[in-house]
Design a protein around this ligand. Structure first.
Ligand SMILES: NC(=O)c1ccc[n+]([C@@H]2O[C@H](COP(=O)([O-])OP(=O)(O)OC[C@H]3O[C@@H](n4cnc5c(N)ncnc54)[C@H](O)[C@@H]3O)[C@@H](O)[C@H]2O)c1
Length: 266
């Protein structure tokens, strides 16, 4: 038996490819920007937070974009075409989960619901709407929607976040089917708990870091770079037969059922 294994980590070649990442200024989006830039892509980080442009490495182009604005989404797509010549990959990642959204729906205020719909659902739709004509013209492209484990299984007080994340999965299935014959693949990625500033802040406030780690069969929460690695694979030709589906990047969390949690120390 041949016991030799390739050494080093898998690296994708993305020279000459143009990638838009919404919400690329922080957390998972930032790791996706970095991974694509390292692999040679021209990366456009489209984020509403202008301050996040300050520490972006060279080679990542920052464009101010509020995905709840039709005009902003249109101009990010136009910028990519004008300055980089096309759009090969769109990563729909920008989403919000404000503190006010942690409530049962009869107590959820309507402004929070409307804001989450505008960013987390309509934002993905708007970006796809303006990017797809470019991809159709090229007869190629990949769209990756960041969904969540909470798209598939629920918890208490995520009555806005969960259903909207679930719709992000369905958007990918719908668009994937719709554009399959046009050379365009569309997928969603559903992370488990990932070590981002948002999750760290919530854990600092509420505690429970060890319990959260234990809920993942791998015994830890994930890193943004691990989600980025999945996005790079899905965007590559190695995933050429993968479309209109979802990939859970969750350390096994989603396979826990009603018998959970056998690893808990509590
Ligand atoms: N962190 C996790 O554990 C986790 C788990 C499952 C799914 N996700 C999903 O992964 C994605 C990224 O999550 P994260 O934890 O990295 O978030 P984050 O809060 O760290 O980063 C979100 C980024 O989006 C930007 N943004 C917010 N509203 C925007 C708008 N209207 N227009 C443009 N940009 C906007 C923010 O400025 C920020 O840079 C989200 O879709 C989230 O739902 C995260």
């Amino acid at each position: 038996m041949n016991s030799r294994r390739p050494s080093g980590s898998v690296r994708y070649e993305n020279h000459g490819r143009v990638v838009i990442v919404t919400g690329g200024g922080s957390g998972i989006g930032r790791a996706i920007c970095d991974a694509f830039a390292l692999s040679g892509a021209a990366v456009i980080c489209a984020d509403v937070n202008d301050a996040s442009a300050a520490d972006l490495p060279d080679g990542i182009d920052f464009v101010h974009c509020d995905v709840s604005s039709e005009a902003d989404c249109r101009s990010v797509a136009a910028h990519a075409v004008k300055c980089h010549g096309g759009i090969d990959v769109l990563v729909n990642n920008a989403a919000i989960q404000p503190k006010s959204s942690y409530a049962p729906i009869h107590q959820l205020d309507s402004d929070t619901w409307r804001e989450m719909l505008a960013v987390n659902l309509s934002g993905y739709h708007r970006m796809a709407k303006h990017v797809l004509p470019v991809m159709l013209g090229q007869a190629s492209g990949v769209i990756v929607n960041l969904a969540s484990g909470q798209a598939h299984r629920t918890a208490r007080e995520v009555g806005a976040y969960g259903p909207i994340k679930s719709a992000n999965v369905m958007q990918a299935r719908q668009w994937g089917v719709e554009y399959a014959r046009e050379g365009i693949r569309v997928v969603s990625v559903s992370p488990g708990a990932i070590d981002t500033p948002l999750v760290r802040a919530t854990l600092q406030e509420q505690g429970g870091a060890e319990a959260l780690a234990n809920r993942h069969p791998l015994g830890r929460i994930g890193q943004s770079s691990e989600v980025a690695a999945a996005v790079l694979w899905l965007s590559s030709n190695d995933a050429s037969f993968v479309t209109a589906t979802d990939l859970e990047v969750d350390g096994g969390l989603g396979s826990f059922g009603a018998f959970a949690d056998p690893y808990s120390q509590d």
